[in-house]
Design a protein around this ligand. Structure first.
Ligand code: XMP
Length: 515
């Protein structure tokens, strides 16, 4: 065993890679994500206690697919291959990997064939796992025994116990794999023999210290949206450098109803924090730039760019500004396609940055954290829990909850419908049952009748999801009574709407936001 326990996660570009490392850290074992290109000599020198090969979007037998050295499997170090990682291990060791006729996505029932497999100990004979693959293993490599299957996939898990090599076609790291945690415990603490004695230094303390050193006597500008991410980043920065920090809150006119005033109340001069706070009312400027734009990524880029321009202007008014803070968190980074992951959405505060930014550097203190870790940091910083557990709200705001062109009328409809939905979620006591919920506006207009008159109005879409990490999600099961009440209120109280729909789709295949 390595002197210092550590699990090396080799990154092949999957959506959940940092999540794997984080799941291992939750078992009190240190874990790092490194690119798949890490040379074998370096891996040997690092001498990890175990290695996990991640998922990824490529097809292992195609030209240019990312591969590691097959020597990895002869080091005597236990290896767990997940999804693409499993296919790669099989491919490199002589298994038969093929394109599947039936693609498996989402919830899938798995039957365990060998309950005494060290990886599958304490897992029931039938369990549910999260699949996301279009390639399968038709025949395992020599020495491997199949240990689990699904209805359409003969190979859901396999192992060569003598060489301590394990493969799973599904994703044990996502919370929707019901017994995923048991499998990771079995691999990390059982097969690799880690003791689980590692402790994460207080993230807040170390970050505040590092920020203090980095910023020195520089001036720093923070993009404050009032959401949990930028609020935690701002309070962290104010702890590190006090009044060297100026927080700029841009009201782009795409916020939820009354939200701008609320943010000002909390962070402005009458609030509990000792911040320099500036509110910029920039609605018209944003609406002007967005006029006629319908493509979601273009909306994100326009908003991202306009944000930066507004900050630059504010910075100029303040004088010299050296740094810009952003509350980017890990899922924003990964979904924006940094590293090898496929681009799903370029979150405006990452992929949308223009090439030229008039600051010395961008500081992103939360870049490695997941949402729930950000909340923990927020509580540690003494931020009130109402704010810490507030609904997440995307940077581009209602722009990505309005399908098609953005007009002031559509913004008004979404704001009013959303306020009704949120109010009734509170009234029915369901505000904690869903992790994110909102109203969006479809671009569909349809015929209805109201007071004997024909209407031709918009359809509002209600969306409520349960999720722990926002990387996968399920539609929340809301009571019919609640949905009916919200529907009645919206069609009666919000002018321009004659139909309300509830979105039942999970993520994947959909995403949480509609754009
Ligand atoms: P999706 O729609 O990608 O959303 O399933 C996952 C989480 O990210 C939020 N989201 C964004 N946040 N800029 C942001 O700051 C964006 O462009 C953006 N798009 C989605 C979304 O609200 C959810 O919490």
């Amino acid at each position: 065993m390595a002197e210092k326990e550590m699990i090396l996660v080799l990154d092949f570009g999957g959506q959940y890679n940092q999540l794997i490392a984080r799941r291992v850290r939750e078992l009190s074992v240190y874990s790092e994500v490194r690119p798949y290109t890490m040379p074998i000599e370096e891996i040997k020198a690092l001498n990890p206690t175990g290695i996990i090969l991640t998922g990824g979007p490529d097809v292992v037998f195609e030209d240019g697919a990312p591969r590691c050295s097959a020597e990895l499997f002869n080091l005597g170090i236990p290896v767990l291959g997940i999804c693409y990682g499993a296919q790669l291990m099989q491919y490199l060791l002589g298994g038969d990997v093929r394109r599947a006729e039936v693609r498996e996505y989402g919830h899938t029932e798995v039957d365990i064939d060998n309950p005494s497999s060290p990886l599958l100990l304490n897992v029931p004979h039938r369990t549910v796992c999260w699949m996301s693959h279009g390639v399968y293993i038709a025949k395992p490599a020599p020495g491997f025994e199949i240990t689990a299957h699904t209805e359409s996939c003969p190979f859901a898990a396999a192992e060569d116990n003598s060489r301590k090599l394990y493969c799973v076609q599904f994703h044990p790291e996502v919370s929707h794999t019901v017994n995923g945690k048991e499998m990771l415990v079995n691999f990390v603490l059982g097969i690799c023999g880690c003791r689980g004695t590692w402790k994460m230094d207080s993230f807040v303390d170390t970050t505040v210290k590092a920020l203090k050193e980095k910023i020195g006597s520089g001036r720093i500008l923070c993009a404050l949206s009032g959401g949990v991410d930028s609020s935690v980043a701002a309070v962290m920065l104010s702890k590190a450098v006090g009044k060297q920090l100026t927080c700029v809150f841009v009201d782009h006119g795409l916020l939820r109803k009354n939200e701008g005033d609320l943010v000002e109340k909390v962070f402005g001069k009458d609030g509990p924090y000792d911040l320099n706070f500036i509110r910029v009312n920039a609605q018209e400027r944003f609406y002007f730039k967005l006029a006629g734009v319908t493509e979601p990524e273009q909306k994100r880029h326009i908003i991202g760019e306009e944000f930066i321009r507004v900050f630059e202007e504010e910075a100029k008014k303040i004088g010299t500004v050296d740094f810009l803070v952003q509350g980017t968190i890990y899922p924003d980074v990964i979904e924006s396609g940094l590293g090898k992951s496929a681009v799903i959405k370029s979150h405006h505060n990452v992929g949308g940055l223009p090439d030229y930014v008039d600051f010395k550097e961008i500081v992103e203190p939360l870049r490695l954290l997941f949402k729930d870790e950000v909340r923990k940091a927020g509580l540690e910083l003494g931020i009130p829990s109402e704010l810490v557990f507030r609904q997440p709200f995307p940077g581009p705001g209602l722009a990505i909850r309005i399908i098609g062109e953005i007009t002031p009328e559509k913004v008004r409809i979404v704001q009013d419908a959303d306020a009704i939905f949120r109010e009734e979620m509170d009234n029915f006591g369901y505000n904690k049952e869903a992790n994110q919920y909102f109203a969006a506006l479809s671009n569909m207009r349809s015929v209805g009748c109201m007071g004997d008159e024909r209407t031709y109005d918009y359809a509002v879409v209600l969306r409520a999801v349960t999720t722990t990490d926002f990387m996968t999600a399920e539609s929340a099961e809301l009571p019919w009574e609640l949905l009916s009440k919200v529907t009645n209120r919206i069609v009666n109280e919000v002018k321009g709407v004659n139909r309300v729909m509830y979105d039942l789709t999970g993520k994947p295949p959909a995403t949480i936001e509609l754009e």
